[in-house]
Write a protein that binds this ligand. Structure first.
Ligand code: NCD
Length: 301
């Protein structure tokens, strides 16, 4: 049985099934008729991911075990492993984990007997964010294959960029990268283009925040928007049908002009809304794979 850890582990068929399932969940209200506990274990800050998991769990009728790392026994030296083992012991049926280490799951994966969902692993992967990004693209264009996606920003430190590049390529999208000097990532083998080229060719412009918290030296953002960001002038060069994505939090006026966040072609708030249904679909998927639920206890409200 698999934990939901990396976009590398998902086949394109499974990804498409999950996208269809999320769309279904958006159209009708489904709930699980069995008492289940979801542990939301966030060791890094989060607004959207944590709250949309909470809404997804509640919509599915699950009990939410909230956790605040700063007020937990981790202050008494308890490890991540023992914290997760504790939640397993007290009856959590699924654990949603975000942690600053790239490989926090290595020790957990084979020793935890409930499904784990990766809600962000350092600068390595963010598969549930990737899935909701794919859902937004899929709903916009009806397909992913052949869509030109340019991922723009601090690629090196972004887990969103990594998960998306892997998945988009798997689904046949045409992936380009665009980064300021020092923000390129040598592990990703896609062509780099400039922001001026990006706005002209893209169907999807996926902007990223500068990940200051992962930098060893603080970078000054003065002049970043004009040199590397989406200004109003550049936005005018985009094709009529092209859309803007951003996982948020957005630093308005840094990677994107502050007004563009609310432009018609921005799907930034749509992404957040899609996050709830995508996470419902992922929860159902892992709970079903692990034999914790089956079709007979998922009922329409
Ligand atoms: C992203 C993250 O945490 O990786 N945000 C999110 O989950 N919506 C992106 C970011 O922090 O810039």
């Amino acid at each position: 049985m698999n934990h939901f850890i990396s976009m590398k582990q998902l086949s394109s068929e499974t990804i498409i099934q999950l996208l269809d399932s999320a769309t279904n969940l958006q159209e009708s209200n489904f709930t699980i008729s069995k008492q289940l506990f979801a542990a939301n274990l966030f060791f890094e800050t989060s607004t959207r991911t944590k709250m949309s998991f909470t809404v997804a769990e509640k919509k599915l009728g699950m009990e939410v075990l909230d956790f605040h790392a700063e007020a937990s026994s981790m202050n008494k030296g308890e490890s991540l492993y023992d914290t997760v083992k504790t939640f397993e012991a007290i009856g959590a049926n699924v654990a949603i984990i975000r942690h600053e280490a790239d490989n926090w799951m290595t020790e957990l994966a084979s020793n935890i007997a409930v499904p784990i969902i990766n809600a962000g692993s350092g600068q390595a992967e963010h598969p549930t964010q990737c899935m909701l990004d794919l859902l937004t693209i899929y709903q916009e264009f009806g397909c992913i294959k052949g869509i030109k996606v340019v991922i723009v920003g601090d690629i090196k430190h972004s887990r969103v960029a990594k998960s998306n590049a892997i998945a988009l390529e798997k689904l046949g999208a045409i992936v380009y990268l665009c980064a300021a000097p020092g923000y390129e990532d040598e592990t990703l083998q896609y062509p780099y283009i400039t922001i001026d080229e990006a706005v002209e060719i893209c169907d999807v412009l996926m902007l990223l925040r500068i990940q200051h918290e992962r930098h060893t030296n603080k970078h000054d953002t003065a002049g970043y928007l004009e040199a590397f960001g989406l200004t109003k002038q550049r936005e005018k060069q985009m094709k009529d049908h092209a859309i803007i994505l951003h996982p948020a939090p957005v630093n308005r006026g840094v990677e994107i002009d502050k007004d563009i966040v609310e432009y018609d072609r921005s799907r930034i708030f749509k992404q957040m809304a899609n996050g709830v249904y995508m996470r419902m679909a992922i929860l159902i998927h892992v709970l079903t794979e692990w034999g914790i639920i089956d079709d007979t206890i998922i009922t329409e409200r």
